[in-house]
Write a protein that binds this ligand. Structure first.
Ligand code: SF4
Ligand code: SF4
Ligand code: FES
Length: 225
């Protein structure tokens, strides 16, 4: 079906019929139909080909696919049948969540994200709690990175979803201010430029802080040094 210049396709997810533009991701289509799929690294503006598929939470099963797939990275097709609530899907999502929690300092009370945290929401949705067993918990040092001129970064609250880095690139700064630094376990969110212009850019924006799904980015108070 054509609607304006967009072709609309029809698919089924959990016995619900969904009509959506043919360039939508499966995740976007399900969300638009009110079917929640856990996710941390997806932005609504993501085309399936651009989705980083980093958090490995948004698994679904699709008829005709041999294995569960990341719903954010798969484009809808006419006649597709998607299952978001199977045993295999939930098992993979729980494992992905526990792996994230295995490198996470769970100390919610003092955390600015408490009660608005996507990790808490996903853990509640999957019924897992915030433990990481059977994985061992390993944390990063230092607990707080204060190298940014106005933002504190808490690596042990960060899920490395990359949303702050991508949101920063979309702003109209003179240059992007955030980036990933380091490799593997030592990867953290880093930044470019400690000069005053960076501080001014960031203070007038703070889009990264708004978009962070956890409490990993915090604006430094003036008297915090
Ligand atoms: S980021 Fe979320 S789960 Fe982690 S300490 Fe903060 S509120 Fe708790
Ligand atoms: S600081 Fe927040 S938005 Fe940035 S990568 Fe970490 S969890 Fe994601
Ligand atoms: S939302 Fe799909 S992998 Fe993160």
């Amino acid at each position: 079906m054509k609607k304006g210049s967009t072709t609309i396709v029809t698919l089924t997810a959990d016995d619900r019929t969904i009509q959506t533009p043919d360039d939508s991701s499966v995740l976007s289509a399900c969300q638009s139909a009110g079917i929640y799929i856990p996710h941390l690294c997806w932005l609504e503006t993501d085309a399936p080909a651009d989705a980083p598929a980093a958090c490995r939470l948004c698994f679904v099963e699709i008829d005709g696919f041999r294995e569960p797939v990341a719903a954010c990275a798969v484009t809808v097709e006419n006649g597709m049948t998607v299952h978001t609530d199977t045993e295999a899907v939930r098992s993979l999502q729980k494992t992905a969540l526990k792996l994230l929690l295995s490198v996470h300092r769970v100390a919610c009370k003092p955390c600015p994200a408490n009660r608005a945290c996507q990790l808490q929401n996903i853990a509640a949705f999957l019924g897992t709690g915030l433990g990481c067993k059977p994985f061992e918990r390993v944390l990063k040092e230092p607990e707080v990175d204060v190298r940014h001129p106005v933002l504190d970064h808490y690596p042990n609250r960060c899920v490395l979803c990359g949303i702050c880095v991508r949101i920063c690139r979309q702003q109209q700064h003179q240059q992007p201010r955030l980036s990933f630094a380091g490799r593997g376990f030592d990867t953290v969110v880093g930044y470019f430029g400690a000069e005053p212009v960076a501080a001014a850019d960031c203070l007038s924006c703070l889009a990264c802080l708004e978009a962070c799904p956890t409490g990993a980015l915090v604006q430094r108070m003036a008297d915090d040094g």
